[in-house]
Structure formats: structure tokens, C-alpha cells
Design a protein around this ligand. Structure first.
Ligand code: PMT
Length: 409
């Protein structure tokens, strides 16, 4: 199914690939979509406002200080108008501005003021792309929830070969079709999801607690992808500094007990993903005052088990989510131990990661996982950014959920 009747705002950046934006506009218009554009100062070096306006049949916005423009449509309403904002080509310089949260012209101001999903389509020289500064910006922008398409490998305008070529208008159009079709489908289904993430803290006394190294990143990325597909998503997070898209309802908790209570309150949902590193045990009592260092009896702290949240969801007779996804943090016998967890907790899928490695898993931007299905299928995902791993996990979840309705793709 193609896209139509969408409102797309295209920000045309300053690079030789800018001319390709004209082809995308033509494709979108041919399919009855409304397109508005912002031509950046450097974008104007490559395409003219006249050619853009001729194709969009709308005014081409150029400068934030254009008084007639501001009176006609201010930057807030322009960003509210769009169903999706595309920046093409996204240059290294433009990414730096976005990562710094700048609002220095119409394009950056619209983006900063926007509550819409934003697709960045980078194009630059391969060395600029692989430069640490650019890669650092990509991490920041992914953290802020920007979506990326490309760049592709190929010959570039500068004559070099490598990763840096902008995705073609046809590739962008296909991406948009998938994006809107999936979103449409999910919206119609009115799906709801809950994701647990981050560590829990089990207090011993007012200042000491038992916890772990979880940053909450992996669960946060999963919540972002679910939300991007239009699934109403609640993120229940242990202590972390992560920011989430404003559409995601985020509930902050401290202990496993509080996480359990919030999970119960959030039911019923269609999808539950438990990525949190929940403490299995808690001290039986929290000492009212700070324990003294001259404590005589070092066996003073007694422990009891926390309620297993994913098991509660998996075995819930009244409100079992259609898909329950557990995670499994293991340091040995990963397949065997993870499969046992899947069975014991009655999950549909379990995402197993080896947490003995420093470069993946806990508190890293990367992960490397096995997706184990209750039908015995195992899918291995190589080391990759947690945002990428999240997309793959969500695809498997949705395929499993919509197994009879695959034609939406
Ligand atoms: O947060 P990050 O820094 O991004 O790191 C991600 C991660 C490594 C924490 C994540 O990928 C991960 O593996 N999460 C699960 C960690 C864990 O507690 O695994 P487990 O094998 O101990 O628990 C198995 C499952 O039971 C998990 O889904 C866990 O959320 C759940 N559980 C555990 C105990 C409990 N009381 N209730 C639970 O729901």
C-alpha cells in the first residue's frame, strides 16, 4: 500500500545531493501527499526556491527572520503541521547543530520545537561520516530519538568510494511507505505496550542499596521503536538519566516492588517487554537508621525474594499480554539457561545477552543478543547499536503478533 494524504515537511540541506529532494517531492506529490519545504541557506546553493515551489505548489520557507513568513506561518505551527519531517541531505554540520540543540535558523528552530518524528538522511564524504565527532553526534541524535536512513555505500560526488552516499528518493519513499503503513496498522489495532528498563535499587538503610550497572538504554530504545510505530507505550524505568519521546508515558520507580506495582497498574497491554535488570532479592527490612560500621554481626542483613515481574505477566490468567518478552542476562550456558527462563516464566520470546563482556550489554551503547522464540527458533544478532538491536527485536515481536496479517508491510 502506498502513502497518500500525508503532510511531509522536507528540510533541504546544503550538499550536492540536495537536487534529489526534487525527485522525492515529485514522488510524494504524484501520490497525493502535501509537501512543504524549508530550504536552508546552504541548500539554496544547490537548488532554487523557484524549482522547489513549482513542484510542491507551496511557498518555500527560507529564513526565520522573514517577517512575512513568520506572520503567515510561524515555526511552531510549521512543525505541528507535518506528519513527519525529513532532512535531506543531512550534512555533518547540520547534525552537529541538532546534537547541540541549536535554534539559529528556521530549519533548526522548527526541529527543536517539533514533537514529530524526524528522519535524517545523511550524505557526506566517507571520512566525514566515520569521523569520531560525527559518530558521537549520531549517538546523541539516536538518543534523542531521531531516525536515520543511510548513508549508502557507493561512489560519491567527490570521486571517493565508501559509506556516505545519500539514500535515493525511491529508497526514502519506500522507507516512508513502510513507516506510515506500519503506523497506520498499529493505530487501527490500537495496540498498547509496556516496557520495563533500568536497574532497581533495594535499600539496606537510608543511604545504602543493592543495585546493578543497567543504564536503561536497551529498554528505552525498544520503547522508542514501539512508539514510532504508533503503539501506545508505557516505559517503567528504574533510576536512569535517559530522555524519552514525549509520546511515551514514562513512570519512574526505584525498587523492584515499585516496578511490580506500576506494571500491574499499566495492564492490560498487548505487548510486554521486560528489559529491566530487576533485583532478584531485597533485604527483608530496611534499617531505619544508617547501619554503624562497628556492626558486630555481619549476617545482620537477611534477604527475601522479589516478585518475578515477567513471570507474573507470562502466567497471568486475567490480563496476559498477547506477547510477553523476557530478557536473559547470562555469563555462561547462555542458550540453555535462557531457554529454561523462557519456559519457566512462560514467555513468548526471550532476548539473551552475554553480560560478561564489557563492550556490550550493561551500560554500553552496544549489545549482541540471541532472540529465542518459544517455537524453538533462534535468531542471532551480531554486535550492534542498541537502537538497531531494538528495531530488530520489535520487528520479531510484531511479526509474531501479526503472524496472520503480514500483508501490512
Ligand atoms: O540497561 P542497559 O545498560 O541498556 O543494559 C541492558 C541489559 C543488559 C540490562 C538488558 O539487555 C538485559 O539483559 N536485561 C535483563 C537483565 C536481567 O535481570 O536478566 P535476568 O536473567 O536476571 O532476568 C530474566 C528476566 O526476568 C528479565 O526479563 C528480567 O527483567 C526479569 N525479572 C527478573 C527478576 C524479577 N524479580 N522480575 C523480573 O521481571
Amino acid at each position: 500500500m502506498t502513502i497518500k494524504n500525508r503532510k511531509i515537511l522536507i528540510i533541504i540541506g546544503g550538499g550536492i545531493a540536495a537536487y534529489k529532494s526534487l525527485d522525492l517531492i515529485r514522488l510524494l506529490k504524484k501520490n497525493n501527499n502535501d509537501v512543504k519545504t524549508i530550504l536552508t541557506k546552504s541548500g539554496k546553493e544547490f537548488v532554487t526556491p523557484l524549482s522547489v515551489t513549482t513542484l510542491t505548489k507551496n511557498k518555500t520557507f527560507e529564513d526565520i527572520f522573514d517577517k512575512s513568513t513568520e506572520a503567515e506561518i510561524d515555526h511552531i505551527s510549521l512543525s505541528r503541521w507535518a506528519d513527519l519531517i525529513i532532512v535531506m541531505p543531512t550534512t555533518a554540520n547540520f547534525m552537529t547543530k541538532l546534537a547541540a540543540g541549536k535554534a539559529e535558523d528556521l530549519a533548526t528552530t522548527v526541529i527543536l520545537a517539533s514533537n514529530k518524528n524526524i528522519l535524517l538522511v545523511p550524505a557526506m564524504n566517507v571520512r566525514m561520516w566515520i569521523h569520531k565527532a560525527t559518530q558521537k553526534n549520531i549517538n546523541i541524535l539516536e538518543d534523542y530519538g531521531y531516525m536515520f536512513l543511510g548513508p549508502e555505500k557507493g561512489e560519491m560526488a567527490c570521486g571517493e568510494y565508501g559509506e556516505g552516499k545519500m539514500s535515493s528518493p525511491r529508497q526514502i519513499f519506500t522507507y516512508l511507505e513502510n513507516y506510515f503503513n506500519k503506523r497506520n496498522f498499529m493505530k487501527k489495532k490500537n495496540l498498547k505496550a509496556l516496557v520495563t528498563t533500568g536497574p532497581t535499587r533495594e535499600y539496606i538503610d537510608p543511604v545504602r542499596y543493592i543495585s546493578n550497572e543497567s543504564s536503561g538504554k536497551q529498554g528505552r530504545e525498544i520503547a522508542e521503536v514501539l512508539n514510532r510505530y504508533g503503539i501506545k507505550t508505557t516505559l517503567i524505568s528504574g533510576p536512569s538519566n535517559l530522555v524519552t519521546h514525549s509520546e511515551i508515558k514514562t513512570k519512574k520507580i526505584i525498587s523492584a516492588g515499585e516496578m511490580f506495582e506500576e506494571v500491574k497498574k499499566t495492564l492490560p497491554v498487548d505487548i510486554a517487554v521486560c528489559a529491566a535488570a530487576v533485583s532478584d532479592f531485597k533485604p527483608s527490612k530496611i534499617n531505619k537508621n544508617k547501619l554503624k560500621k562497628n556492626l558486630k554481626n555481619f549476617n545482620y542483613i537477611k534477604f527475601e525474594k522479589n516478585r518475578d515481574i515477567v513471570e507474573y505477566l507470562g502466567k497471568n490468567n486475567k490480563h496476559r499480554p498477547k506477547i510477553v518478552v523476557g530478557f536473559s542476562a547470562e555469563t555462561e550456558n547462555i542458550n540453555k539457561n535462557s531457554f529454561s527462563k523462557l519456559k519457566d516464566k512462560n514467555c513468548d520470546l526471550i532476548i539473551a545477552n552475554n553480560v560478561s563482556k564489557k563492550d556490550v550489554g550493561f551500560n554500553s551503547d552496544y549489545n549482541k543478543v540471541l532472540i529465542i522464540d518459544n517455537n524453538g527458533k533462534i535468531k542471532q544478532l551480531k554486535k550492534n547499536k542498541k537502537s538497531f538491536i531494538a528495531k530488530k527485536i520489535v520487528d520479531v515481536i510484531l511479526d509474531k503478533l501479526l503472524i496472520d496479517e503480514r500483508n501490512f508491510n
